[in-house]
Design a protein around this ligand. Structure first.
Ligand SMILES: C[S@@+](CC[C@H](N)C(=O)[O-])C[C@H]1O[C@@H](n2cnc3c(N)ncnc32)[C@H](O)[C@@H]1O
Length: 307
């Protein structure tokens, strides 16, 4: 009874601290003191406190980016360009329900909803999810939303899906093997028995060979966004330089986040390790063949298999 009470307190306090301060903690040792020999006593937990520093970076990076995300990525053009491609995937894999993991402002969620798929969108950034809600209101499409970290998805979502989509280079935000593995496991346990996981990231085999610094330049009215990389050993710093012309002067801000560039073989290895089967790799969402040296994207589709 006493243990149940302590566990209840632990979960409530943990959720409260995590949601508000991005601090996590967990018991590393339980010790029965005072009367242990008599079979009673008080169970004392020794706590390990973990400040979610990488997560704090992700929150602040995307919370800052949220108001600009749609104009920087060209929401409207993207809709026209990518919607037919997503439709083909939905038909090919008979997808009626989907989780859009790392949904951002909801571009893929809304394409899927428009195709009649029942969508749950999840993202770690509350600001991005707020934009998603505005976009879905404007387009009059319905999408369920959840704010959660990928690593805690199975606590946050109680249903399963025909497909988990993790698109738009979201997966490279997971910096450690543990985070990547836990996330892929969580995606797998949220799939129906015949469900598929569809991942799209950039082709880092090509990027790490070419080592180009400028990734993209986009101008929208008075604002220019320059997306560029710094290569730091096995990590990449992804920067967004925003230049705004105001009364003849140019103001600037830089927003930076660390990425883990995942190569094709590494991703396939992790997927196999956590139990996915029939892992297929393509060079685009159009499901063109993957070419390590030429493809811009790495698209991987894997089946859940038996749990
Ligand atoms: C590059 S954006 C892609 C958004 C959207 N999929 C698209 O294609 O426009 C990556 C998104 O993943 C989310 N994200 C990154 N790490 C996450 C994590 N550990 N858990 C949940 N969401 C995460 C970010 O907040 C961000 O909205």
């Amino acid at each position: 009874m006493q243990v149940a009470w302590q566990l209840f307190n632990y979960w409530s306090i943990r959720n409260l601290l995590y949601r508000n301060f991005k601090v996590d903690f967990f018991p590393i040792k339980a010790q029965n003191i005072f009367g242990a020999r008599r079979g009673g006593g008080v169970l004392v937990f020794w706590w390990h406190i973990l400040i979610m520093s990488n997560h704090t970076d992700i929150f602040s990076f995307y919370d800052v980016l949220a108001p600009d995300y749609d104009s920087m990525t060209g929401f409207k053009n993207r809709f026209e360009r990518e919607a037919p491609v997503i439709k083909k995937i939905v038909e090919q894999y008979s997808i009626q329900t989907a989780l859009d993991a790392g949904a951002g402002t909801g571009f893929h969620s809304l394409v899927l909803a428009k195709l009649g798929v029942q969508v749950t969108a999840v993202d770690i950034s509350e600001e991005m999810i707020d934009r998603l809600k505005e976009n879905s209101k404007q387009l009059r499409l319905s999408v369920d939303t959840v704010v959660s970290d990928f690593e805690r998805l199975t606590d946050a979502i109680a249903k399963t899906f025909d497909a988990v989509f993790c698109l738009g280079n979201s997966l490279v935000h997971l910096l450690t093997d543990e985070a990547l593995q836990k996330t892929l496991m969580n995606f797998r346990s949220l799939l129906n028995p015949k469900g598929v996981l569809i991942i799209q990231i950039l082709n880092y085999d090509k990027i790490l060979t070419e080592r180009k610094r400028i990734q993209n330049i986009k101008k929208k009215e008075d604002t220019t966004f320059i997306r560029f990389y710094d290569y730091c050993n096995d990590r990449i710093n992804f920067n967004i330089l925003k230049l705004t012309e105001k009364e003849g002067a140019i103001e600037h801000t830089v927003n930076t986040i660390e990425l883990r560039p995942i190569r094709k073989d590494e991703l396939e290895k992790f997927l196999g390790r956590v139990g996915y089967i029939s892992i297929e790799t393509y060079g685009s969402l159009q499901l063109e063949p993957f070419n390590k040296h030429r493809s811009s994207n790495l698209v991987t589709i894997a089946k859940r298999g038996k749990l």
